[in-house]
Design a protein around this ligand. Sequence first.
Ligand SMILES: *[C@@H]1O[C@H](CO)[C@@H](O)[C@H](O)[C@H]1NC(C)=O
Ligand SMILES: *[C@@H]1O[C@H](CO)[C@@H](O)[C@H](O)[C@H]1NC(C)=O
Ligand SMILES: *[C@@H]1O[C@H](CO)[C@@H](O)[C@H](O)[C@H]1NC(C)=O
Ligand SMILES: *[C@@H]1O[C@H](CO)[C@@H](O)[C@H](O)[C@H]1NC(C)=O
Length: 313
Amino acid sequence: MKMFVYVFVPTVAFLHFANSQQPCRQFEMATDNLREVIIGQCEIYQQNINQPIFCTEGFRNCTEIWEAFSEAFKFQPRCNVDYHRLDRYFTLTDHSIPKDKSLFWENVYPFVIRYSNRGRRFYALSDTLPGYIANGPQWCSNESDTTGMSPPGTLCPGWEATPDCPQGAQRAFWIAASINYGSRASGEIFILLNATSDPIFSNNTYNAMYELPSLRENVVTKATVLLLNEHPIQGQTKCGDPTLDIISSKVKAKRIKYDCIENRRDLVETFCFDYPTADVCKILDTTSSSSFTASVLSTTLVSVFISSVIFID
Ligand SMILES: *[C@@H]1O[C@H](CO)[C@@H](O)[C@H](O)[C@H]1NC(C)=O
Ligand SMILES: *[C@@H]1O[C@H](CO)[C@@H](O)[C@H](O)[C@H]1NC(C)=O
Ligand SMILES: *[C@@H]1O[C@H](CO)[C@@H](O)[C@H](O)[C@H]1NC(C)=O
Ligand SMILES: *[C@@H]1O[C@H](CO)[C@@H](O)[C@H](O)[C@H]1NC(C)=O
């Protein structure tokens, strides 16, 4: 009898899920219920992720934001969406970003959002309302569909340019978002890069093409590259890598000071919380060789993590 119950319960659960109308989708395919998803992301950000900003600056109307978002893309050419069409969306979604908290990045997703911790340590673009709303959903324009958009399940051009699709809807969105985000930074900015990627930095990144050029002279005072090197060599640093000259020359042209730090301790601690066996985690032992201290460190990280989960919920 007991055996029957064990078998029966999961079967009921399975049938319940199997009744759902929603098909499985590959990540690049246009999101189902895009309107509800965009409005939902917008509400969640304001209610749960970062409510205090809106208590001060005023809550935004997510229906109006959806309208500005969708109007930017409806009936546009699939591979040539003008990013200026998003101006109204950014007018409606922009909020202040604290000084010294802007974090730019390349080649470190999704680690970067664990490190930024939803604005508690830093704000990456996807930790702000305009970026959070669109981070995850997939969508694209279709001039000939009655809705002006491609239906759910369509394979959409991504956020990288390709020779036959230079600027699809999502690339247009992230270009506008990057320009906007760069122009709103103040004080010291940080750029998180991955020393294991080859090259470490390049001219055709969103950061080099849209974010650094939109930094404001005299408002941004310093740019610090935070380099995560998963395989460090003692006595050496990848901060001397020639591709980083792209950044230093762009910021110095705006009289912004430049610095680079490889494996800053808080960065490595956050990384090693999820990947404790990585090479780089050995450098955390240098100040203490005892496993007791290491376990105190992980306990501290666990409590920080748990308290942030409780805070969010
Ligand atoms: C929010 O915007 C929608 C669409 O523009 C509008 O119909 C609605 O009245 C607005 N809601 C509030 C509370 O202002
Ligand atoms: C850094 O880049 C390498 C090579 O692309 C990749 O395997 C690794 O996951 C990246 N590290 C992070 C933290 O994203
Ligand atoms: C655009 O929409 C039309 C009409 O619904 C459809 O026939 C066509 O396949 C769509 N194009 C793309 C690239 O999804
Ligand atoms: C990046 O672009 C600049 C300016 O066009 C050029 O001088 C530099 O050589 C390029 N760097 C790399 C690594 O491609």
